[in-house]
Design a protein around this ligand. Sequence first.
Ligand code: M6R
Length: 611
Amino acid sequence: MCGIVGYVGNKDVLSVLLVGLERLSYRGYDSAGIATLAQGELFVRKEVGKLRTLGAALEGKPVRGELGLGHTRWATHGAPSQENSHPHTDCSGRIAMVHNGIIENYHELRQQLMREGHIFKSDTDTEVMVHLLERYLTPELNFLDALRRTLKDVRGSYAVAIISEMLPGSIFVARQGSPLVVGLGADENFVASDVAAMVGHTRDIVYMEDGEMAAITKQAVVFYNVAGEELIKQPQVVEWDTTQIDKGDYDYYMAKEIFEQPTVARSVLSRKLGPGGLINLGDLGHFSKADLSKVTRIIIQACGTSWHAGLVAKYWFEKYTRTYTEVDISSEFRYRSAILDPSTLVMAITQSGETADTLAGIREAKSKFLPVLSICNVEKSSIARESDGVIFTEAGPEIGVASTKAYTSQLLAIYLLTLYLAQVKWTLSPEEVQTKINDLKTIPGKMEIVLAQNDQVKRIAQRFAHSRDYIYIGRGFDYPTALEGALKMKEISYIHATGYPAGELKHGPIALIDEEMPVVCIATKGYWYEKMLSNIQEVKARKGMIIALGTEGDDNLARLADEVIWIPPVAEDLAPLLTALPLQLLAYHTAIKLGCDVDQPRNLAKSVTVE
Ligand code: M6R
């Protein structure tokens, strides 16, 4: 994973790099480092831990710089340590490099370089690249040629940025498989893993493609292809709004993003719904209504929370469009030789649009000549750009590592797609579609009602915060919510939590239940409700502590539960859009009570850009 940033210009280099790194810390935060050049001299500083450690170290002992690079790391090769932090330098200490990606053949290259006398200081795969560059920087080869030779030797993925004392006015960059964007300014230029690092500085962005390199100076950016030929690349104007990447009045991005959900839902619905049952999903690219009407099977591939959104989609697609739907975890899909025939619609669901396994899943489908339709939050992301059609979820930037508003906006997009498919396949009548749209329009207001129970959820979270485990159960539409609630709990509070379809409980997991086990029972009113009540009885009979999540006014449920959280009455198929919210709050308040960093939980990164 990792995030890289580079800047050359007249602004305070250090502060541009540190702000950029802050915005990229969703990509990893095991360590952070910078390298600058001032009057031809290279300075490198790096610290293990979150960016604030580096910030504090630099405050005590600042460095000068006319240009520089920054890196925030999610450790792959080599533990988080000072030596393994980026930037890495060559033997002479005159070249510094930052890297996002994985060099697969690093071991053999390292052995070879060591035999040639190169001294390695870290366990990373990255360091071989900087030594290779050093090897090729001979009087006969210029910097770019040496970089091309280096890139020819390595196998794997990279976005790299390099500065050196030999060419003190330039940043050299290259991309293969990891994202890299260049920002153009007046007498200044930027490079980063993501546009977020440049927000506030420029809107003119060039997206680099695999196999491309660039030489960036204060006055110009020159792009090259693998053959070293110059390329003309047009910048795109990117819209951004700085309030979207501020915490506002909240202590954590996660809290802000949880409470943004009604606003996001309102805005998505107002943009995607028109009069008379009109559903506007945006530009579906390759996918015409005629194509979609012929789809007989859907395969969804996604990871984590996005996979849970896919599980909800299965219930909706099968029930309302009568289309057989499979939901795969991308890391399985990409390797399992799935049967893909021309009537199969392959879908990807992703917040970031950069998840390595999901991207590989798309490439796998495309290699079999199947177009891919994606549900994605980030425009211009790799997945958005490689898909044949994209429905954007329009949730705005999500910065907290735990996915919250991205999830409910994925559900909204999928529900609208369900209705759209039902229209083109005539599996629902226009009246049925209209009724569902009317129900959907009540969701933002109902989300507000759910969030108004924040204090109640906080109290429950504090009561159970010292539990060792949590179990979440649900049936039907409530089952994926159980998985999602458990994922939220474990990723930010480090309490072990597992979600099950409630009917599975007695096939094993019920053995875990005793008087110390909180069991979150999602039991909204609908088709599965009675059966769910029986499952809750079974938990109660084994003295489990029942935290029920049900439909307001349900006295039976209230009587059974130790604690209860309500959602307002809602069409049963729309319950996942409401039930997710209190479970996000439950995890959030638990993590806060336990003193965890909810926005940057240990070992995680927002965007999983390595396999
Ligand atoms: O960006 P993506 O939606 O592709 O990311 C997928 C997962 O990495 C992500 O949902 C992850 O599980 C979240 N941290 C869950 O909160």
